[in-house]
Write a protein that binds this ligand. Structure first.
Ligand SMILES: *[C@@H]1O[C@H](CO)[C@@H](O)[C@H](O)[C@H]1NC(C)=O
Ligand SMILES: *[C@@H]1O[C@H](CO)[C@@H](O)[C@H](O)[C@H]1NC(C)=O
Ligand SMILES: *[C@@H]1O[C@H](CO)[C@@H](O)[C@H](O)[C@H]1NC(C)=O
Ligand SMILES: *[C@@H]1O[C@H](CO)[C@@H](O)[C@H](O)[C@H]1NC(C)=O
Ligand SMILES: *[C@@H]1O[C@H](CO)[C@@H](O)[C@H](O)[C@H]1NC(C)=O
Ligand SMILES: *[C@@H]1O[C@H](CO)[C@@H](O)[C@H](O)[C@H]1NC(C)=O
Ligand SMILES: *[C@@H]1O[C@H](CO)[C@@H](O)[C@H](O)[C@H]1NC(C)=O
Ligand SMILES: *[C@@H]1O[C@H](CO)[C@@H](O)[C@H](O)[C@H]1NC(C)=O
Length: 461
């Protein structure tokens, strides 16, 4: 009887709360893609063949791509244009895109990144990182680049962009890189970007890197790098807002989807968060990294992230938040729901102990603010560690919320939860979380934020 009453009171409380959440307007309608994806056909189209390109996998076509894009710039104010890449193997070094351009790869069209590092020029580091991620100083330009563009589409009929990154992984392992490795596609300070219907293979480092961008729609792509390729993150929205990632299959050596926003004092100074991110229906795999990662570079902040319908398999970590002293910034208002995990070492990881810093000038008193992290409706099979949650002693992470999570463990000897310097709420979580995560749920009102379905707070488990 007492229990029932408690439940009712909680329900009322939560209903009141859900009104609050609805009422503040901040998260209304965030849990979906911003804009509709109606791709208008371009009024003009030219084939890369018209620029002398040869699709034999041997001829270097960098100049052809550069010339084609240069030519198509003149159509920007005429509704834009399409650069058509027919079947063939089109070897190239780095090239730029332009505004109001569609790069279209026909089925069996493969753009191949050359393995000559001099065809990947060296450029300045990003201001929010202050240096290359792997080595101080500059970094190699990505294979396909956009800078300050508007209305760019990279699409096709399942064509392929293959970075042939193996040589870069070898240089990385043998420490013969002079600069940080390039990515496959990088769009910087651009808006209205669509990346769809393609396969991305063997990126030297990351596959898709929108940085300082807004309104980026990534749909129905496959991203693959071998599981032993070092640090090959898949899709990396970085200091970017209004990002939508749907129906993607990502299997890589690093983190599959990784949200970032700059590194320590550089990221803090640049101050550009990653916000309003929607992720849905994704299949993620990574043997050594995290399937969905926040950070560790998050110094510009990460907020309003809604991820649902995640399918995570054969991975080291399922969902992980990584940060450190010196990062500053924040990760707040994150809701992850409807997750299926199988064969995972650590289902949920939170760490405040990432030790890498860009240089010695980071501010050790710049603590990250971690709040409003909600994980709900998770079902997992063959999990070795349910959760490994380690905050920062001087800066405990105090608003973690776990709801309706059921993980079946690899063996009875499995460690279920390891917690330090974290506090949170949980409800219907098995195996039973550590006591730090068992604050009375009725107190969760200001904490258990969910972008997912505000009314969902009222669910009785
Ligand atoms: C590509 O864009 C970058 C940045 O705007 C510029 O510095 C570079 O010259 C461009 N390269 C070509 C070949 O147009
Ligand atoms: C996804 O892409 C494949 C080919 O890459 C295509 O056959 C399929 O129709 C696309 N699906 C959607 C929903 O766009
Ligand atoms: C797309 O292309 C990749 C690589 O060529 C291939 O493995 C995959 O089966 C293709 N998908 C579809 C739907 O055609
Ligand atoms: C690094 O620089 C040296 C000296 O210029 C050069 O021989 C080598 O090819 C460079 N390595 C890479 C991976 O570009
Ligand atoms: C992807 O391809 C499918 C099948 O061709 C097409 O219907 C859809 O519009 C394409 N979507 C995007 C976003 O390119
Ligand atoms: C359980 O997951 C581990 C990886 O964490 C894997 O090595 C093992 O094969 C899986 N067991 C089964 C029965 O699938
Ligand atoms: C709990 O999570 C499971 C797995 O995602 C889902 O099927 C079920 O509907 C959830 N229960 C409630 C009460 O939301
Ligand atoms: C729970 O909330 C009540 C009323 O707001 C407060 O008195 C109590 O200290 C809170 N308990 C915890 C553990 O925060």
């Amino acid at each position: 009887m007492k229990r029932l009453l408690f439940l009712q009171v909680t329900l009322l409380l939560l209903l009141a709360l859900s009104d609050d959440v609805k009422g503040n307007g901040e998260n209304d309608g965030q849990c979906k893609c911003g804009k509709d994806l109606a791709l208008k056909p371009r009024p003009h189209s030219v084939s890369i063949l018209e620029f002398g390109a040869v699709g034999d996998g041997k001829t270097l076509n960098t100049i052809a791509f550069q010339n084609a894009v240069f030519y198509l710039r003149s159509f920007a104010d005429k509704g834009g244009a399409q650069l058509y890449v027919p079947p063939g193997r089109w070897l190239t070094g780095s090239f730029n895109l332009t505004s109001h351009l569609t790069l279209f790869l026909e089925r069996n069209a493969v753009i191949l990144g050359t393995q000559d590092s001099f065809e990947w020029q060296v450029i300045d580091p990003l201001p929010s990182y202050g240096r290359g991620i792997e080595l101080p100083g500059g970094r190699h330009r990505s294979l396909i680049n956009g800078y300050k563009l508007k209305d760019v589409v990279i699409t096709g009929d399942n064509g392929t962009i293959d970075g042939q990154g193996s040589i870069w992984w070898e240089w990385y392992h043998s420490q013969s890189l002079n600069y940080s490795r390039p990515h496959l596609v990088e769009l910087e300070s651009s808006t209205d970007v669509v990346i769809s219907n393609l396969t991305f293979l063997n990126a030297p480092a990351w596959s898709i890197h929108p940085v300082y961008c807004s309104n980026v729609h990534i749909q129905n792509i496959t991203v693959y790098t071998p599981s032993n390729s070092p640090g090959t993150n898949g899709i990396v929205p970085d200091s970017s807002s209004d990002i939508c990632i749907e129906d993607c299959y990502v299997s890589v050596g690093g983190d599959a989807i990784s949200l970032k926003s700059g590194w320590d004092e550089y990221g803090i100074a640049y101050g550009k968060p990653t916000s309003n991110v929607y992720i849905s229906r994704v299949y993620l795999q990574t043997s050594f990294g995290s399937a969905l990662a926040f950070g560790s570079e998050m110094s510009g902040g990460i907020s309003n992230v809604c991820a649902e319908q995640l399918h995570i398999r054969d991975s080291f970590t399922g969902i992980e938040l990584k940060t450190a002293r010196g990062r500053g910034g924040f990760v707040k208002d994150v809701g992850v729901s409807d997750v299926e995990m199988e064969n995972i070492h650590v289902a949920l990881g939170i760490t405040g102990q990432c030790s890498d810093h860009p240089d010695d000038h980071f501010d050790p008193n710049a603590y990250p603010d971690i709040s409003g992290i909600t994980l709900k409706n998770v079902i997992g099979a063959n999990i070795s560690v349910a959760g490994e949650l380690k905050g920062i002693p001087e800066d405990p992470f105090t608003s973690i919320c776990l709801l309706n999570i059921s993980l079946s463990m690899t063996s009875e000897l499995s460690t279920s939860w390891v917690c330090s310097d974290v506090l949170g709420f949980s409800r219907s979580v098995s195996p039973e979380p550590c006591s730090d995560l068992q604050l009375p749920y009725s107190n969760s009102s200001s904490v258990c934020f969910s972008l997912l379905s505000p009314a969902g707070h009222a669910e009785a488990f």
